[in-house]
Design a protein around this ligand. Sequence first.
Ligand code: AMP
Ligand code: MG
Length: 418
Amino acid sequence: MTQLSNDCFASGPPVLSVDEAVMLIATRVGAVAGVETVPLRRADGRVLAADLVAPLPLPLFTNSAVDGYAVASADLPATEDRALPLGGRVAAGAMALPPLAPGHVVRIFTGAPLPVGADTVFMQEDTRIDAEGRVVLPPGLHPGANVRIAGEDVAAGNVVLKAGVRLRPQDVALAAALGQSDLAVRRRIRVAVASTGDEVVSPGAPRGPAQVFDANRFMLMALLERLGCEVVDLGIMPDDRRRVADGLKAAAAGHDLIVTSGGVSAGEEDHVRAGIESVGRLVLWRMAIKPGRPVAMGVIDGTALIGLPGNPVASFVTYAHVVRPTVLSLAGAIQTRTVAMPVRAAFTHRKKPGRREYVRAQLRRAADGVVEAIMFHRDGAGMLSSLVETDGLVELGDDVLEVVPGDTVGFLTYADLD
Ligand code: AMP
Ligand code: MG
C-alpha cells in the first residue's frame, strides 16, 4: 500500500547499530498520503497533518486571575492602607464594564474581563471593607499583579502545534482553547500481525504437550494499538514456507505494514525468511542489540514487512527499536528520540562492547533519596515475568563494558515506548 521500493532496507553495514537502524528507517520509509478530519474528541493519539496556526491570542482578552478588586496602578497605595469606593462589579462571562473611574475599585471575579483603565487586581483575601463600605487596599502590590494579559500565553499567528506531532491531551486542550472543533490528522496505519511456528497455539485453543500459547501476537497487537494503528489479526502461520508466503502475499494487499514474530533465525525450521523471499524482497538485519536476534526487514508488493524474533523479550525490545520507528515514519510523525533518564545503578553487570544492551530493571528510592535501578534476576529472552515485574529498561551504550553499583545509567520506562 505504501509502495516502498524493494531494496529500501537493503544497504547498511553487516551489523547495524540501533542508531543506524533507526536512521535507515527514518530515511527510507515515507509517510502514507491519507489525511482525514476528526472531531477533537477523537484526536488524542493521532498525528497532526498540518501545522496549527493560532487564529486567536490566548488569553483571548485581558482578564483577572483571582477573585478580588481591580484598580488602576496609579491608585495603588504606596506605604499605607488606602480605602477606595466601589465603582462596579464584573463576573466571569459578563461584558466588560465602562472604563474604571479614577480613584475607584471594581469588584471582579476570576476570568472576568478587566475594565478599561484597570491593570491590577487585589486578591479579596488581602482586602477588607471599612465602615463606609469602601475597600481597604494594603500597600506593596506591584502594578499588573493578578492580571492575565491577552496573548501572553499564545500570540495569534504563531505555530502552536507542528505537523507530525502525536497529539496528547494537552495538545487537544490547546486546540480546543483556540476554538478548533476538529483537526486534520494522518490516517491510521494499517498493520497486520501474525505469529509463526508449529508449536504456537492461541490461548483458549487445545494445546498439544509440546506447544506454547501465543504471547507475542497479543503483545504486538496491544503495542500497535497504543501507537494508534488499525490492527488486523492474521493468527498463527505454520512452519511451512508455502503457507507463510501465501499468507503474507495476501496481507500485503490491504496493509501498510506486516509484523510477524518467530521463524527469522538461520535454522531450517525458520520459514519466514524463505517465505518472504519467494514473494518479495528480504533483508536480514543483524542488529547490535541484546536481547534481540536477526530482525527480518522486507518489502512485499510495496508493503513493509518486519519479522521479529520469537522469544517474547527479544520481540518486545526489537519492536521498540524497529517496528515503532517504522510505524511513526509511515504515520508521518515527528521521530522524537526517547531520552533515557539518569538513575543510579544498584547492580553489577558485564557486557560485550559493540552492541547496545537493554537490562530489565525495577526502580526504587534509596535511603539517600536517589532513584536506583535494580537489575531483574531472571534475564532470559523468553522470560515474560521479567517484563511484567519490572518498570523499564536500563540502556547500556555500545561502548559500555560494565556497570558497577553507583554508576549513573540511562533508564527508559515502559511508558516511554508507547
Ligand atoms: P523462533 O524465533 O521461531 O526460533 O522462536 C524462538 C522461541 O520463541 C521458541 O522457544 C518459540 O517457541 C518461542 N516463540 C515463538 N513465537 C512465540 C509466540 N508467538 N509466543 C510465545 N513464544 C513464542
Ligand atoms: Mg519458530
